[in-house]
Ligand binder design. Structure first.
Ligand code: SAM
Length: 193
């Protein structure tokens, strides 16, 4: 089963070993967009499992087609809100990396509670990460960074970083925003091991 649909299954707690048929480490990406990071990484790292949570049905379908075309077996996709999926479907200490690239910044004050970097989400990420697991949050939106970085630091040891221009872009948004000359901000965090 390459796609898990909580609308059919309910928000069941997943058994990741059973889901992937092995006990390889599991990397989580939240908001995979068209799947560039997910598919590139899963291709490069066949001994690692990947879960991509993407809320948009259109993007979810695009990724699904790309996965099928490449015959990748180490990705599982979930088309729903990442907070609910992480909170209700992922077991304690089951995720070895968390990747969040260019999450929607929701600039209007009334909608900022939808931002993925918020305390209730980070609390759940800390629960599902294995000791020693690492995470990365990347944005072009300075105001989002200014609010998000202290929230991340309240849950994890973390450090801010600016990707070097020579670092290859990881996602479509990273490529697009770099080409536009926008600054890119990154916060790396880890769960103490
Ligand atoms: C700005 S795009 C970035 C896509 C990709 N990460 C990139 O860097 O190219 C943000 C993506 O996050 C997805 N998204 C937004 N809120 C989400 C949520 N709560 N749960 C899962 N995905 C979400 C959107 O549907 C969209 O595909």
């Amino acid at each position: 089963m390459l796609t898990i649909n909580p609308r059919d299954t309910g928000f069941i707690l997943l058994d990741l070993q059973q889901l992937f048929g092995n006990s390889n480490p599991v990397v989580l990406e939240i908001g995979s967009g068209k799947g560039r990071f997910l598919i590139g990484s899963a291709t490069e790292r066949p001994d690692v499992n990947f879960i991509g949570i993407e809320k948009s049905l259109h993007c979810h379908r695009v990724i699904g087609e790309r996965i099928a075309k490449r015959g990748l077996t180490n990705i599982r996709q979930i088309n729903h809100d990442a907070f609910l999926v992480v909170r209700d479907m992922l077991p304690d200490a089951s995720i070895s990396e968390v990747h969040i690239y260019f999450p929607d910044p929701w600039p209007r004050k009334k909608k900022q509670k939808r931002r993925i970097i918020r305390p209730e989400v980070l609390e759940q990420l800390r629960r599902v990460m294995v000791p020693g697991a690492r995470g990365v949050y990347v944005t072009d939106h300075e105001q989002y960074l200014e609010i998000a970085a202290p929230v991340i630091a309240a849950f994890f040891p973390s450090e801010a970083r600016t990707p070097a221009p020579s670092d290859p872009p990881r996602t479509n948004y990273e490529e697009k925003y770099r080409a536009e000359g926008r600054p890119i901000y990154e916060v790396r965090f880890r769960k103490p091991g």
